[in-house]
Design a protein around this ligand. Structure first.
Ligand code: XMP
Length: 497
């Protein structure tokens, strides 16, 4: 990216991402790098300052090259303790933990606008500050929650600016603008224009191809690319037969309303064949992912020469790919290994998920396309426990549709992160039409979450649950019992398989 940038070095934990998001929302462009990649990233960018954020208090992670690069450095949390030692000081051990203390601040540009107030300190160690480094924040008991080497613009804060802190954004704002001198340039409307220009230049008079899943990322990416090159973009959508009831028609309609024609491939038979006899969840996921590559590749071959393959990769995908030491994940073959093309374009590669949604709004996409529930790649295959059959899929699809309809009628559809039905592989004893019956047990899952990393079960009203149970058992032959899953994540995952 051309333009001023803050380099956020990830010292472990969630802080690097949270702070990067806060900076971006304050119009400051930033990128996240792991400690050993930090200097390389700094050298290849218009880096105006470095934020070391995270829990690891290891001085070995503080690259001497970064400290010598003549850029302001702000370390927070464990990284500040690592920085203290890297500068020649020492960490003499824990002084205070999980406590609120009245903090006052030295008169520095970094703290401009901050007032003395209570702050939550997750952990403060007793530090022996290196020569020339001064305490920069003060609290009872002689604690040094922050320190500064002002002439080099190097700062350490043992507390995280973003946690329970009324001035969290203020400190990051001061650092980026007043200490580092960043220009505010990061805006999604200008990003959209730039990204379209790049797509236009790359595609030229050629053909571009994108595979659309119905999810947010590929949808926003496709709309962006379509605005750039119009009908030169071929959008392939595969109906795997593992979609929710009515999903394919809905996706088609939504894109049609945006003036885009999808090339829809009905590959239900192929997927069902591929899943025959496969009962293990991981094997089902692999089978669906692999079949999808082949179906899209076959369609691409029919379309003819593809100049640009466009993918809706987003920044969290890039970060998790990078941090994955799991070679199986890295070895996984993707569409780009199956299609012949001249150039790969990933226009959303630098965007966080909420930025992708915001970009969708900049592109005037309908809210229902921007705010879709997360849906596994393997679709209903992992909500249909055990071997997937046409009969089980039909039962699950209908039951799930009834559940969704009732949630929407109760006006809860926008309030629940995810809600869906799961068809267990258990047949239970019951009575239907007065005779003994053996039918499937179906589970209802509804969870609230911010990021899917953890989740609470959503407390659905009992009368809603009762309505769903009545309707499902009456309208969907094959379901003889309905369960309501009230397990949080952890210990349970959101998806059953
Ligand atoms: P779990 O089940 O791990 O799910 O708690 C976390 C979130 O990820 C979604 N999920 C997937 N999303 N491809 C996706 O794009 C997948 O294979 C997949 N599996 C789970 C899940 O619905 C939840 O939102």
């Amino acid at each position: 990216m051309a333009g001023d940038m803050i380099l956020v070095v990830d010292f472990g934990g969630y802080q690097a991402r949270t702070m990067a998001r806060m900076l971006r929302s304050d119009s400051v462009y930033c990128e996240i790098a792991r400690p050993r990649e930090a200097l390389r990233t700094l050298n290849r960018s218009q880096c105006k300052g470095v934020l070391l954020a995270g829990e690891a208090a290891d001085e070995a992670l503080v690259d001497a090259g970064i400290l010598a690069a003549n850029r302001p450095v702000l370390a927070m949390g464990g990284a500040a303790r690592g920085l203290c030692r890297a500068l020649g000081g020492d960490d003499l051990g824990l002084q205070a933990e999980k406590k609120t203390a009245l903090l006052s601040f030295a008169d520095l540009p970094l703290f401009r606008g901050l007032v003395e107030s209570d702050r939550y300190l997750n952990r403060v160690d007793m530090l022996e500050l290196p020569q020339g480094v001064k305490p920069a924040a003060f609290a009872e008991g002689g604690m040094t929650p922050a320190f500064a080497l002002e002439e080099k613009k190097i700062y350490g804060l043992q507390f995280y600016a973003e946690v329970n802190d009324p001035d969290g954004l203020r400190i990051l704002h001061n650092f980026a603008y007043d200490v580092c001198g960043c220009e505010p340039w990061w805006r999604l409307d200008s990003f959209a224009e730039e990204a379209q220009k790049r797509v236009r230049e790359a595609v030229g008079n050629g053909t571009a191809l994108i595979s659309i899943s119905g999810g947010v990322d590929s949808a926003v990416c496709a709309v962006l690319a379509h605005r750039a090159v119009g009908a030169q973009l071929k959008c392939v959508y595969v109906n795997t037969g593992l979609m929710r009831l009515g999903e394919t028609e809905l996706v088609k309609q939504m894109f049609q309303s945006l003036g885009m024609e999808l090339i829809c491939v009905d590959a239900t038979e192929r997927f069902l064949q591929r899943l025959k006899g496969v009962a293990d969840a991981d094997e089902k996921r692999d089978a669906v992912a692999d079949e999808m590559l082949h179906v899209v590749a076959d369609k691409a071959a029919e379309i003819g020469e593809v100049d640009c393959l466009i993918q809706g990769t987003i920044y969290p995908d890039v970060l998790s790919e990078r941090s994955s030491d799991n070679s199986a994940a890295n070895d996984r073959r993707t569409l780009k290994d199956h299609i012949r093309f001249r150039r790969l374009l990933e226009p959303l590669r630098v965007l966080f998920k909420d930025e992708v949604r915001a970009l969708g709004r900049v592109l005037d996409m309908p809210e229902e396309l921007i705010h879709r529930q997360p849906f596994p790649e393997a679709g209903l295959a992992v909500r249909c426990l055990g071997e997937v059959t046409r009969e089980k899929l039909a039962i699950l699809g209908r039951a799930d549709a009834i559940f969704r309809e009732e949630v929407a009628d109760a006006g809860l559809d926008k309030r629940i992160w995810q809600y869906f039905a799961v068809l267990t592989d258990v047949k239970t004893r019951g009575i239907r039409d007065g005779v003994p019956a053996s039918e499937y047990a179906l589970a209802l899952r509804a969870v609230s979450s911010k990021d899917a990393i953890s989740a609470n079960y959503y407390r659905l009203p009992y009368d809603l649950i009762e309505r769903v149970v009545e309707r499902v058992t009456a309208e969907v032959p094959g379901v003889g019992r309905v369960l309501y899953d009230v397990t949080g994540k952890p210990p349970a995952m959101i998806e059953w398989e």
